[in-house]
Design a protein around this ligand. Sequence first.
Ligand SMILES: *[C@@H]1O[C@H](CO)[C@@H](O)[C@H](O)[C@H]1NC(C)=O
Length: 394
Amino acid sequence: MGKNAGCFQGCLHYVFDYKTSKTLVIPNLGVGCFFRFSQLLIVLYVVGYVCMVQKAYQETDSAISSVATKVKGFAFTNTSDTDPRFWDVADYVIPSQGDNSFFVLTNMVITPLQTQSRCPEIPNPSTTCVDDCDCIEGYNDPRGNGIRTGLCENYSTTAQTCQVHSWCPLEIDTKLPEHALLAAAENFTVLIKNTITYPKFKFHRRNIRPHINSSYLRACEFNRATDPDCPIFRLKHIVSEAGEDFQDMAVKGGILGIIIDWSCDLDWWAGKCLPKYSFRRLDSKHPVNNVAPGYNFRFAKYYKNRDGRETRSLIKAYGIRFDVIVFGTAGKFGIVPTIVNMGAALSFLSLLPTVSDWFMLTFMRKRDLYSKWKVTYLDEDAVTEDGPEVSNWL
Ligand SMILES: *[C@@H]1O[C@H](CO)[C@@H](O)[C@H](O)[C@H]1NC(C)=O
């Protein structure tokens, strides 16, 4: 009975004793320094990193953008394989318009005068044959050039291959010129019109700045040092800023990124909001083992012969695809993020006494004394009305 009552009383004390904090001043330089130094660190972190670097007092929004491009330039080609030919933008930009990207033809394999007919396959281990038995009629190899007719035919005086139903003559794409056909493309220019919006802040901006007039636009060219505002770029300049050689890249093609960074601080005390251009090659320059390098695709132009037969010119086009990549985040002072981050900073500071107590009770020489004095159980019957005696022996 008595034992149970003691336990019951203990529980009552545990639940209902009111704990109030009492200030115990510890004149110890070590603990004091630790506390102040930690405080300083937290204040520096909040002011220096959270406010100045991260700008955590800002609300943010990401950009919505639109891009339009216009390439200009002419070329004239006159090689031994092809007739003299003049090229303008309708010939070398494929397709004529696209979203955020444009392709400039620089090199090609042309197979003219193809018609629907039969012809022998290009020789390789899977297409060579000895007689008709080696060629199964109707066999269709996706890596071949057509549907087999079941005949074995002379490809040349030394090779026999299976005959296929296809657009003949077949394309021989190993005849790619070693120097880009449209080498002149390096001097083409592109006008990039880019508009961005930060809907949350009702902020609109164009990369063509208000002070630019049309006569300036006719003559200017982007240059980071001398003319950073001009939205007209010379293709060679873009490629060389990406660390590549235009003529080198033009042979097998590639993909190049034109990156426009609109990250802005929209607070009135911050600077102007201007686009920052950078350029980077997006495909890999030297693929492993040099397998499948560059960028190419095929397209054809169809027409009817005088005798009414459908004929086409097949073009395997190599060139540089320019992708315009726009991104940006804008920040502006906002009361909600400010309060949230101030709260976080204050909670850091309020953690500090606990950490300092731990430091004091673990590392200080007089830690036993401190721990004895840290918690006082007020025995109301035993103390005098004058309060505790002041001890001088610390
Ligand atoms: C591009 O223009 C420069 C200067 O106008 C010229 O020297 C160069 O030969 C041109 N490039 C090609 C491939 O025509």
